[in-house]
Design a binder for this molecule. Sequence first.
Ligand SMILES: NC(=O)c1ccc[n+]([C@@H]2O[C@H](COP(=O)([O-])OP(=O)(O)OC[C@H]3O[C@@H](n4cnc5c(N)ncnc54)[C@H](O)[C@@H]3O)[C@@H](O)[C@H]2O)c1
Length: 434
Amino acid sequence: MVNIEQPKGKLGVLTPGMGAVATTFIAGVIAVRRGIAKPIGSLTQMGTIRLGKRTEKRVPKIKDFVPLADLNDLVFGGWDIFEDNVYEAALKAGVLKTDLLNQIKSDIEQIAPMPAVFDQNYVKKLHGTHVKKAKTKYDYAQLLIEDIQNFKKSNQLDRLVMIWCASTEVYLKPQPIHESLSAFEQAMKENHPGIAPSMIYAYAAIAAGVPFANGAPNLTVDIPALIEFARQQQVPIAGKDFKTGQTLMKTIIAPGLKARLLGLHGWFSTNILGNRDGEVLDDPESFKTKEESKLSVLEYILQPEVYPDLYHKFYHKVRINYYPPRGDNKEGWDNIDIFGWLGYPMQIKVDFLCRDSILAAPIVLDLALFMDLAQRCKMKGIQEWLSFYFKSPLVASGLYPEHDLFIQLMKLKNTLRYLKGEELITHLGLEYYD
Ligand SMILES: NC(=O)c1ccc[n+]([C@@H]2O[C@H](COP(=O)([O-])OP(=O)(O)OC[C@H]3O[C@@H](n4cnc5c(N)ncnc54)[C@H](O)[C@@H]3O)[C@@H](O)[C@H]2O)c1
């Protein structure tokens, strides 16, 4: 059993980016706190965990099993390139109804973003005015560290976590300056273009001892320099890219096809969405970052090298189209060409009318609470057990990521059992028939 520090005092949740996802999360938690709505979709709030043998009938709620911060103890803050407070930003995002936002207005209009670290070279479609000014990327990091410390002090917080909810940056390849902490720090001082704003936030979080999770597909913390830094500072990190919408569906359906040995000729996915995220992804360079993150999922789940007769050279295409009339209410179509017994072809069509931020908000909440738990358990570096929440899970070098949602959930729950000294569940179950 691991010695878990109790969650005493208040937990600050900082989000770089206070747009659709972040405001839906913040307003949602406050609405839940006030008893206006239920935290649907949140494993930490509604999920249960089976303990011991099936005959024991021990199935507590996860939040009663592991010591998580209470929703009443969360304090919200963050940064954005626009000055809108959470009430105004949520109204503009158009995800939650005005009526709901008005009921909690007094709480959420007090939460306003701090000036951001932003560089338009990394998000081409946005022009921000609420931004910091400094000479070097290293200086920017110091300003963020000051923000974190001031936020902690002025809100009398015990602990903090940071979840990246800002726009998707242009595609960056790993480079030599990402290889070690010393090369990374030197490159920050030289304003190297290989260092994106999200990396500066991640660096600042780790330097300040704050767990960092990345909700976007940017490289960000997924580089040896910052992984090394996180281990050195004893800070948990996780990423990347919240698993919502179409990719969530993919990681539900694909394991099922593979389980029944059904083959795949092709999977064509297309989306229309009209929120600011969609606008940012309309830029080919930001889309490339997203595309990489979405494409790898099927390869890893289906393992064509292990099942060449079923999955050799299946065709996989993902399109995202910016279509303003839909706002945050995305529509995602999947055409899946499969084949069965003797190679006979069949098709599956999925038309998912989803709400991106409604799917993402509970993930932000769970990550905030689990990243804080990880830190109180003295877990440091990559938190692979939180892969459940990501499209491109961070893993140790040399390992392939596990994308199957059900294996990810088993890993997450077994990690919680391990932390509490409970028997791990293997689903063997032969003992019931002895
Ligand atoms: N909603 C989902 O289902 C989902 C799923 C996976 C990933 N994501 C990712 O989550 C992120 C947020 O999505 P969203 O729908 O809230 O987008 P959004 O455009 O509504 O919000 C992003 C906010 O980040 C701000 N921003 C941009 N660069 C910044 C910087 N350097 N510092 C501080 N703020 C900055 C923007 O001004 C904007 O307000 C995106 O990267 C998106 O790709 C969302």
